[in-house]
Design a protein. Structure first.
Ligand code: SF4
Ligand code: SF4
Length: 327
């Protein structure tokens, strides 16, 4: 479960999905009720879970540490990670977070200093470096998330260089999904840029492996398997992935914002079992134009949220899946 515990954020990034001017923040009792629903869902399904705690900026929520206290009681039931912009992580904060034993902390970076600070705000690049140093000092596994757009897709090597310098454990990247403003569509990479970006990722990954670097680049997202010969990525939205928005809305994935109910008045387990949208996502959603592809049983059309954002239905193969990938 990805859980957006509050909408407040201390930054105003260029391509941010949060457009609201009055940030939503549920009361603690309401958040606790959502957590109880998640606990029940895991128990009823008899599975171990994982929570990605995020925002807004999760550290801006007044309930952040109270929720971590709850998570501490449930370590047998689920693990958790924190997705943050990193700018509020001081050495004291990192030490406090480490006492709750997160599986990892993910910090966002959008390129080299100039590009990152153009997208995320002046001085953010430096703050992220300091945050990572603090997190590493307290033994926390750190992942960097890089969202690739038309603007920054060539800057992946700069992100890797930064990651190595700060002893980051893992670098993760995926393509940008336009969810807000209509002009955001202009930030999507075209098929040639997508192919070049994925090849760049693989080249950087290979270099790190050759040098036996402790920093790794994970390439398990949509279409990335084509370069690693690993198992294809499969969209998990509505299946092993659910997302709870700041107002309690339940959606299959943050990047596929189809509201299936609201957890302030409906029950997570009931929605999971009975929502027509979630049921449809758990069925075979392989698009017609993927039929016959050797990867169709796993990949099933690639980055479904990008398809949904562009066409408002799922019956199209990943727009990045073109011959350019194989050239
Ligand atoms: S493909 Fe998109 S919608 Fe599906 S799980 Fe991945 S990010 Fe979410
Ligand atoms: S054709 Fe469809 S199933 Fe095959 S790799 Fe491309 S997106 Fe995936």
């Amino acid at each position: 479960m990805q859980w957006h515990i509050g909408e407040a954020c201390n930054l105003k990034c260029l391509h941010c999905y949060q457009e609201s001017h009055t940030p939503i923040q549920l009361e603690y009792d309401q958040l606790l009720s959502i957590l109880n629903q998640y606990r029940q869902l895991l128990k009823k399904l008899d599975v171990k879970g994982h929570i990605n705690l995020t925002g807004g900026e999760p550290l801006c929520s007044p309930h952040f540490y109270k929720l971590l206290e709850e998570f501490k009681k449930d370590s047998d039931l689920y693990s958790f990670s924190i997705l943050t912009n990193g700018t509020l992580i001081t050495p004291e904060v990192a030490e406090k977070i480490s006492s709750y034993n997160p599986e990892y902390v993910q910090v966002s970076l959008e390129g080299g200093k100039r590009t990152n600070d153009y997208i995320r705000g002046k001085g953010v690049y430096k703050k992220v470096g300091k945050a990572i140093d603090s997190l590493k000092k307290f033994g926390i596994f750190v992942s960097i998330s890089f969202t690739a757009t038309k603007i920054n897709c060539k800057e992946f090597p700069k992100v890797v260089k930064f990651a190595k310098k700060h002893k980051v454990d893992n670098v993760w990247s995926d393509r940008f999904i336009p969810l807000g403003d209509e002009k955001d569509v202009e930030l999507i990479m075209d098929s040639k840029e997508t192919a070049a970006y994925l090849k760049l990722m693989q080249a950087e990954r290979f270099k790190l492996m050759q040098k036996h670097s402790k920093t790794r680049i994970s390439m398990y997202r949509a279409l990335q398997f084509i370069f690693t010969n690993d198992y294809p990525y499969q969209c998990t939205a509505g299946d092993s992935l659910l997302t709870v928005m700041e107002n309690g809305d339940l959606v299959p994935c943050r990047r596929m914002p189809i509201v299936v109910g609201n957890l302030l008045s409906e029950d997570m387990y009931e929605l999971y079992m009975n929502s027509p949208t979630l049921k449809m996502l758990r069925e075979d959603t392989t698009p017609e134009d993927c039929k016959g592809c050797e990867h169709e049983t796993f990949c099933k059309g690639g980055l479904k949220c990008l398809t949904y954002a562009l066409y408002k239905d799922l019956n199209h193969k990943d727009v990045g899946c073109t011959d350019a990938l194989y050239e």
